[in-house]
Write a protein that binds this ligand. Structure first.
Ligand SMILES: *Cc1c(COP(=O)(O)O)cnc(C)c1O
Length: 360
């Protein structure tokens, strides 16, 4: 197999060891004679797979008692609707902090279900980043306050948690869940699509505090009601069995590597390689306030965007794949999730220096 480094924002690179293990088990999971894809979700084999995956995720994230872990479908974007459907209740109003493209999509969707107040917006900052909490105008009666804890497109990450008092804090952690420890007890609800930093597409993880269950109006479809999904152990209907199995293998891989403290150490080292290079160069730039830069998604521009095509073509020759920035913002983006080895980031940095030497 040719060695490539894949910087896709998602679906994204998976750990080599995990793919090898899945390939070994593809036709015959643990002597069952069946592929995981062929098993009843109600059989003892899959019951063990989902129970182990949940237990390992709880260990990794140190999820406290009093929280449910749900394995859902529909992607993070369905959570843009499920969160207000389930949490807005009779109060009918929620606060959102706008730090970029994904925040704005979440805000637009929530507006279908109730009143959405934008408590703070990066648009008022004049620079990409997180508005400082003293500038937020929060409603103490809001049903919840929503943040996008890592903006995958803009490369903006919360490196601190807001104090929301009695208002439950809800986070879209799709692109940085498991990249470092998170104090789950500070949140009412955390959600994440799996295809960035966990596993294959088709699975969405929701971690929800028990008191936020059971408030969906009666018209809510069963599969979109957190309470119904929690009561059934995420198996009201057929869950995304293979994606849950793959996520479970990733959780095991993370535990074996030393858990999220070790991942944070590795992720900081990888991100620093790129940001240091970009900051030391007049050829590359990153628009984000250094205090709010993402450890997972590093967007950058070339000084002359007419060189973008040459950059991507040359990167391809170095086996560095999927570096094109999101269509909404252009430029480049290197997503350096948990499964991206340090070697991949070193190779990208060497390539960027080489390209600057030739074209700079
Ligand atoms: C990718 C992404 C989404 C959308 O996820 P889907 O699973 O495609 O619905 C939402 N929020 C963030 C922060 C993302 O990175």
């Amino acid at each position: 197999m040719s060695e490539v480094f894949n910087f896709s924002a998602g679906p994204a690179v998976l750990p080599h060891e995990v793919l090898t293990r899945a390939a070994d088990e593809m036709h015959d999971w643990h002597g069952s004679g069946m592929s995981v894809m062929e098993m009843s979700h109600r059989g003892p084999e899959f019951e063990a797979i989902i129970a182990t995956a949940e237990a390992d995720l709880r260990t990794l994230m140190a999820v406290p008692a009093g929280y449910k872990v749900l394995f859902l479908q529909g992607g993070a974007m369905l959570q843009f609707a499920m969160v207000p459907m389930n949490l807005m209740r009779e109060r009918g109003s929620a606060d959102y902090v706008d730090t970029g493209e994904w925040s704005r999509k979440a805000i637009a969707e929530a507006g279908k279900y109730g009143v959405v107040r934008v408590a703070a917006s990066a648009a008022d900052l004049g620079v990409a980043g997180v508005p400082p909490q003293p500038s937020w105008r929060c409603d103490p009666h809001a049903a919840y306050l929503h943040i996008t804890s890592n903006e995958t497109i803009g490369g903006v990450e919360f490196h601190w948690l807001p104090d929301t008092g009695a208002v439950p804090l809800v986070a879209d952690a799709s692109s940085h869940i498991l990249s470092r420890p998170m104090d789950v007890a500070r949140f009412g609800l955390i959600y994440a699509g799996a295809q960035k930093n966990i596993g294959p597409a088709g699975l969405t993880i929701v971690i929800i505090r028990d008191d936020l269950l059971g408030h969906a109006p009666p018209s809510t479809p069963m599969t979109l009601d957190y309470q119904a999904m929690a009561d059934s152990g995420s198996m009201l209907n057929t869950p995304p069995t293979f994606a849950i199995y793959m996520a479970g293998l990733v959780f095991r891989w993370l535990l074996a590597l030393g858990g999220l403290t070790e991942m944070e150490r590795r992720n900081r080292e990888k991100a620093a390689l790129l940001y240091d290079l970009i900051d030391a160069s007049d050829f590359y730039s990153n628009p984000v306030d250094p205090a709010d830069r993402s450890l997972m998604n590093v967007p950058f521009r070339l000084v002359d965007d007419s060189l973008d095509g040459a950059f991507l073509a040359a990167a391809q020759e170095w086996q560095l794949l999927q570096l094109k920035g999101h269509r909404a913002v252009g430029g480049m983006r290197a997503s350096i999730y948990n499964a991206m080895p340090l070697e991949g980031v070193r190779t990208l940095a060497a390539f960027m220096r080489d390209f600057e030497r030739i074209y700079g």
